[in-house]
Design a protein around this ligand. Sequence first.
Ligand code: PM9
Length: 458
Amino acid sequence: MKRRSWAEPYKIKMVEPLRMLSKKEREKAIVEAGYNTFLLRSEDVYIDLLTDSGTSAMSDRQWAGLMLGDEAYAGSRNFYHLEETVQNIYGYKHLVPTHQGRAAEHMISKILIKEGDFIPGNMYFTTTKLHQEMAGAKFVDVIIDEAHDPNSEYPFKGDIDLNKLQALIDKVGADKIPYVAMATTVNMAGGQPISLKNLKALRKLTQKYGIDIVHDMTRVAENAYMIQQKEEGYQDKTVAEIVKEINDLTDHATMSAKKDALVNIGGFLATNDPNVFQEARNMVVVYEGLHTYGGLAGRDMEAMAIGIKESVMDDHQRARVGQVQYLGDLLLKAGVPVVKPIGTHGVFLDAKAFYPHLSQDEFPAQTLAAELYVDSGVRAMERGVVSAGRNKETGKHNYPKLELVRLTIPRRVYTQAHMDVVAESVIDVYENAKNAGGLKMVYEPKYLRFFQARFEKL
Ligand code: PM9
């Protein structure tokens, strides 16, 4: 039978008009924003690919769910719906809701880490690593080497190098490693999945030493879709079945529901350990709110419960990841340097390859994100030396091998025509790359500097 194209498994019921500033206005806006796309006003953006976090379009079911919000202070029915959904779809026993992912990271780090511990992980994530450090641990990257190479086509660049992990255990001792931080998919590597084969081997090794696995499940359904597409033996399994299999190999999970779970706000900490649950339930009342709402409205929890169910549907993931792959393919065909293979939540431009004439001290990825905005009003995010921050001990910049700009695709928001426009602009910026000058940082905040740092042209 002839293969047909895929199409989105939904139709559009409501639209939000877009506005495009003139080039002159965009030039002014980026200077006012200190060449930091986080500091632009969203009204000044044409196509917003800053992040897929909290930017997805909710379904009519989710919007209807908002009206079922039970805004009682304690014991809201929406909490019980969410709890049941987390147990049934994700398979974790205990749930503590939070207002977003980093609040869950804060709690699990404080509960499990002692001063002087080490946390190995499959590449760092900005907020995750900061909370580990603030709780007294040192993060150690144990992802496979391929993940640091934008040109490696290895299909599971989120895999953990078990030799690196074993070497760390031998060096510092298992009692200094409370858990391995394992993310599905790996954001900073380009939205790259981990394989189930690797995860099973990881579980075996950690069990031998009594080390837990904390799962950053922010994009677990996207990871599951990639396993279904690429890992031997999983072609006949559903995304939902694979999600469950992944989660069953882990002990605790932190979730930013603003991604996979299709809501504009929300997150949670989930665990199978009753002691960790008790601690988290106690801690959440200090930082977030009562354990049956954790900083969320009842309606938010309802939308999340429905979004979780939608997120594990195969046709949803086919269209979601399919759209990202579509944009990636346009750029690959044009010879634009991007991280390969194309990941699940965005296309990552290789800023070092765009601007070989700029050193990392001149912030090539920050420069590229600003150039792209000026060219077309498309907003992207720096994921390079600015995001990597400074070494806690030496105070020097961390220089990551990957100096990237992320074109992040919100779920169910933009069309294929938007992707075409984005690709045209990126190709133009690439063609003019040799004319770009770098930036200098003129304001640097203490924490997560990429959000608020300001730059000027060199
Ligand atoms: N990710 C993103 O744009 C939003 C903020 S940028 C720091 O990719 C993972 C894998 C994430 C993530 C947020 C969080 C934190 C944890 N893990 O933003 O606090 O991608 O809900 O989640 C962003 P919250």
